[in-house]
Ligand binder design. Structure first.
Ligand SMILES: Cc1cc2nc3c(=O)[nH]c(=O)nc-3n(C[C@H](O)[C@H](O)[C@H](O)COP(=O)(O)OP(=O)(O)OC[C@H]3O[C@@H](n4cnc5c(N)ncnc54)[C@H](O)[C@@H]3O)c2cc1C
Length: 333
């Protein structure tokens, strides 16, 4: 009989985990309290790069670069299998002045192409994917591979003291059994472990974003200045983000943030000065100390694995994070 796995949370991390196990012949159940990909993974910019890598330790960069390196093949596979194009695009990123003076040497030492032009630093290999399309393609692919998807199914915090989980209860009274469980509930992961399990340091960190639409694309590169970026999609949509706010589970999109993001957007590219703002939203990142994701077997439960806390780079890291969980599960004693 095929081994069974239940994954809690159908964001990018849960979906890629489901894809990895499904491709290896596991019987996969994927559960989300809302719709698949409706939270942080939908809200993000889709930049497949740790924005200013020279500010991070090797541990994070190596993991993010490994994740990013999976995307070309992953998006080809998804497009061919589902007909939905995640719009993987090696568009490059241009960093405007005030970048760290160490950056060019750091890139050279890491073998990352970097070009200095008129006081800007251009990183030609930075890529992006279009989050809503990536998630739609993942959903179609998972269903085609036979993954059982339960949307609008909220799991309750674990009640078990420790040991082995035999069933996880949902709010609507169902019980989900499995050989292995993976907690991939993003910003909601910590409360799901209940009161008796060892706590994990994952907490929501709000990020707000604006969406513009230009009648024709005015620029093709990701533009970055002082922790603010513009991400141009191929069809003239432009994302402007983002904020990093420690406000708990409050998902409001505030007028102050919108005004601030719009001011920065107009300053970074004149085409956005009078462009209409189509949408303004927020998402809750799974914040973790030092941006280091928690990918390990839970200390209190033999058959529970954590795949959470990816903070600012969860979309980038998700493919390799899924591989790491798969490796742990299949080599565990
Ligand atoms: C504004 C913004 C910009 C970003 N830009 C980028 C970027 O450019 N590049 C990048 O790599 N990352 C970016 N990120 C970060 C990235 O989006 C996250 O790290 C990533 O989405 C985390 O994925 P996840 O699957 O863990 O979480 P989520 O996508 O939040 O998924 C968790 C899922 O768990 C479900 N869930 C929660 N509780 C329960 C429950 N009780 N029962 C069942 N299901 C439950 C939720 O409904 C949700 O769908 C950005 C984030 C934001 C907010």
């Amino acid at each position: 009989m095929k081994p069974t796995i239940t994954i809690i949370g159908a964001g990018a991390v849960g979906c890629l985990t489901a894809l990895t196990f499904a491709k290896h012949g596991w019987n996969v159940t994927l559960i989300d309290k809302n719709r698949l990909g409706g939270e942080a993974s939908w809200a993000g910019g889709g930049i497949l790069f740790p924005l200013l890598p020279w500010n991070y330790p090797d541990e994070i960069n190596d993991f993010a670069f490994a994740g990013a390196s999976r995307y070309a093949a992953l998006c080809d596979e998804l497009r061919e299998a589902t007909g939905i194009d995640p719009e993987y695009n090696v568009c490059g990123m241009r960093i405007f002045p005030e970048f760290d003076a160490r950056a060019p040497a750091w890139c050279a030492a890491r073998g990352i192409p970097a070009e200095l032009h008129n006081e800007t630093l251009f990183l030609p290999q930075v890529a992006q994917a279009r989050n809503p399309r990536l998630l739609a393609a993942l959903k179609a692919r998972l269903l085609a591979l036979g993954v059982t998807l339960h949307e609008h199914t909220e799991l309750l915090p674990l009640q078990n003291e420790a040991g082995r989980i035999t069933a996880w209860q949902s709010k609507d009274g169902r019980s989900f059994g499995a050989d292995i469980y993976v907690l991939a509930a993003g910003a909601w992961s910590a409360p799901l472990l209940g009161k008796s399990a060892a706590a994990i340091p994952v907490k929501p960190m709000r990020g707000q974003m604006l969406l513009y639409k230009l009648s024709s694309p005015a620029f093709t590169e990701i533009l970055y200045r002082e922790d603010f970026y513009l991400v141009p999609r191929r069809d003239g949509h432009v994302l402007a983000g983002s904020t990093i706010e420690d406000v708990g589970y409050d998902k409001s999109a505030t007028p102050e943030a919108a005004a601030n993001l719009a001011r920065k957007a107009a300053a970074l590219h004149p085409a956005l000065k009078n462009a209409p703002i189509l949408q303004h939203w927020s998402g809750l990142r799974p914040g973790s100390p030092g941006n280091i994701p928690l990918i390990n077997r839970h200390a209190g439960f033999d058959n529970l694995y954590l795949n959470t806390g990816h903070f600012r780079y969860g979309v980038t890291m998700a493919p390799v994070s899924a591989e790491r969980v798969f490796g742990m599960v299949t080599t565990a004693g």
